[in-house]
Design a protein around this ligand. Sequence first.
Ligand code: MUC
Ligand code: MG
Length: 368
Amino acid sequence: MKIDTVEAIPYEIGMRKPLLFASGQMTTADHVLVRITTDEGHVGIADVPPRPYTYGETQGSVVAVIETLFAPLLVGADPFARNAINAGMARTVGNFAAKGAVDIALWDIIGKSLGTSVHALLGGFTPTVRVSHMVGFAPAQEMVDEALNYREQYGITSFKVKVGRRPVSLDVDACIALREALGADAELYLDANRGWSANEALAVARACDGLGLLYLEEPCDALEVIGRQRLVRESPLTIMADESVPTLGDVARELHNGGASAISIKTARTGFSESQKILGLCEGLGVDVIMGNQIDSMLGSVATVIFGAAFKHSSRRAAELSNFLEFADFLITEPLVIKNGQISAPTAPGLGVTLDNNKLAAYRLDRK
Ligand code: MUC
Ligand code: MG
């Protein structure tokens, strides 16, 4: 089997409400749909969420890098040769989300051609994973109302709270209000998207001690090396790395340097192949992981649930899988359903979902 065509299709879907966080905000999903077709008629798809404020990729840069650098490597290649293809793409630095999506689309083709779900191919540990919801910046009472609503509607009891504001009392007050409203059983953890210095983060971690918070994600820039190491040593909250670890090597460096003691894995940036290596590294070292959310569409979340549910170590913690609910629409014909705080991994061949071509035609930006 050989790859025939590679498409990078820019599209835009509105958000029902903007998502605000310390490093940026999202009001529309300016994403790219990757579609790879083989000479045997198998089609692999994946979603690219470009996040310029996190990794420097844009919708235009994703289309350009796929069309000009990755497509020439892919066309004519055997889609089973993931390692050769990924090594070829690695010769281009950065462009994590573009690379991650190509890898996911290859796995989709492999699964479809074998008549097997990717969830099963990866190891099929559990059929469902617990869902965590990410709550963006808002006045404390609005954040509480959103969390209560997601608990009521979807049975979600795990929440990642966006922090990193100044004055830090805005965030501390929101955490206190959320804990009071949700009770002792709800899981709460924080993500500052580098909004603070290491010292500010330490003050917040101390102020929140006693609230039963699980993690503090990316509190400051990991390049603030000494401050970050001190924070990891002195913080009462476990420090989790997210955007500072977009590759396997970055994970190894941050864990080795003492810049983090827990890791967010995002299939949107490391696909299935590199995510598997990161997961193995973390499991071997006894480091917690969370399946993170790059503000993923429903198709992006399909990849996260497939990977999260496939392994014991990635399914221990609730996975961030609910923010697709804030997108005004989705491009697949089998909607993900969150029930009793859980999502099931699709069991049909490949990713187990089908592209809705009418919707893609309506939302694509390149043929208007
Ligand atoms: C997160 O975990 O940081 C916000 C920016 C981004 O790239 O991902 C989101 C969520
Ligand atoms: Mg994060």
